[in-house]
Design a protein around this ligand. Sequence first.
Ligand code: NAD
Ligand code: TYD
Length: 340
Amino acid sequence: MKILVTGGAGFIGGNFVHYMIHKYPEDEIVNLDLLTYAGNLETLKAVEDKPNYKFVKGDIADREFVFALFEREKFDVVINFAAESHVDRSIKNPGIFVQTNVMGTVVLLDAAKTYGVKRFHQVSTDEVYGDLPLDRPDLFFTESTPLHTSSPYSSSKASADLFVMAYHRTFGLPVTISRCSNNYGPYQFPEKLIPLIISRALDNEELPVYGKGENVRDWLHVEDHCAAIDLIVRNGRVGEVYNIGGHNERTNLEVVKTILHALGKPESLIRYVTDRPGHDMRYAIDPTKMETELGWKPKYVFDTGIQQTINWYLENKEWWEHIISGEYSQYFEKMYGDKL
Ligand code: NAD
Ligand code: TYD
């Protein structure tokens, strides 16, 4: 099988490439990535010489380029991870989220329709469902929860999902969509909460917590997400949406304190800063469909996964130090300069 993975130089796509190259040496993986600020080929060092792996630099929204790639490579499967993925960036600059997440997905759908694929899988997010109130812990997102987005990021992802479904109904494209909760694990770019807290705490720097830190996220280890996507692509039903999550809800403050405790750092590093505009209160996934239909079960609970992740950041300082010493330091100054 020849698989196009887009966004494979990012956090989840990179972990997915590692997962697939080792699990299926008989399959070929082509990784198409634009190498934006979030793309990092250092993540792929261990696989770059594998005979079943190839990297191609390019933009999923570049129609001519994408069509030429499909014509040349004749993919069996497309798995679309490529996206602008950071809510805070989408608040500063929504346009690029429309360009990559919506227009880019439509270009890939058009190419898949023109050249034919056995499966087009769209990697989406639970954020398309909006948020849940903190005082209703009995509520969870199911696959039939209405789309109700809050941020430019989630709105662009929901739009892409609607196009994916439209290409199934209108053109018969064999699609699936997965909507996963917040991921954590190795190779996550250090502007997202968990790697940001680990890297800054290790450097004894102030830790920005938005608002009161009471927002709840449902954390899933990236390896469990990769295994779920693999199962959906191989055994999932065409035209279906699958929610992915492992019932690991934590407030942001709990997450930050867990990391500080594990690193032996003081809670006095925490700084409460101005809240994110439109900040979603709680995300929580009901994964019953994944579990009953596809037999998926996560390997990690948060307490073991976070420890493994902290260890990874401790053992791979070079990977994230390269990032935070570069262009990223200007980003941090721009986003947090007047907050800390
Ligand atoms: P990321 O920002 O770490 O990686 C995104 C990758 O896409 C980068 O390598 C970047 O270079 C590439 N990219 C960006 N624009 C591109 C373009 N126009 N053409 C080609 N490549 C481009 O993101 P991530 O956290 O790995 O998320 C991957 C996917 O999973 C996204 O679609 C995101 O919406 C979804 N998702 C993420 C989470 C999470 O917690 N991180 C949870 C659920 C779903
Ligand atoms: P993030 O990792 O950006 O993921 P998402 O917004 O997609 O859920 O943020 C996770 C949570 O952490 C979210 O509620 C916002 C909060 N947060 C902070 O409190 N401080 C920070 O510096 C960042 C980046 C996030």
